[in-house]
Design a protein around this ligand. Structure first.
Ligand SMILES: [Zn+2]
Length: 93
């Protein structure tokens, strides 16, 4: 390592959470999410281009962290959505 912090400087630097600069940027300006996957017409997965944080639209339409459980739900939803889409029904409910 080229830039090793001398021990006497360690106590002055408040080391919050071991995140990168990008996370700091996100804290200041907010995440910059781009759609990483379209699950259904209303549910999408997003990824922050700065810190790679992944979120998804949940059932209530809000963004929540993309946990393995959410990924599983989304893939199920996607499957149902694709099936429904292939069976085009020209009918207004
Ligand atoms: Zn971010």
């Amino acid at each position: 390592m080229l830039f090793q912090t001398p021990p006497q400087l360690m106590k002055t630097s408040t080391h919050h959470h071991g995140n990168k600069f990008s996370a700091f940027f996100c804290n200041l300006f907010g995440h910059h999410y781009v759609v990483s996957k379209k699950v259904t017409q209303h549910i999408k997965e997003y990824k922050c281009i700065h810190c790679q944080k992944e979120v998804t639209t949940d059932v209530s339409g809000k963004l929540s962290a993309l946990t393995p459980q959410m990924q599983e739900i989304n893939s199920t939803l996607e499957e149902m959505y694709q099936k429904r889409k292939s069976r085009v029904v020209h009918q207004v409910a």
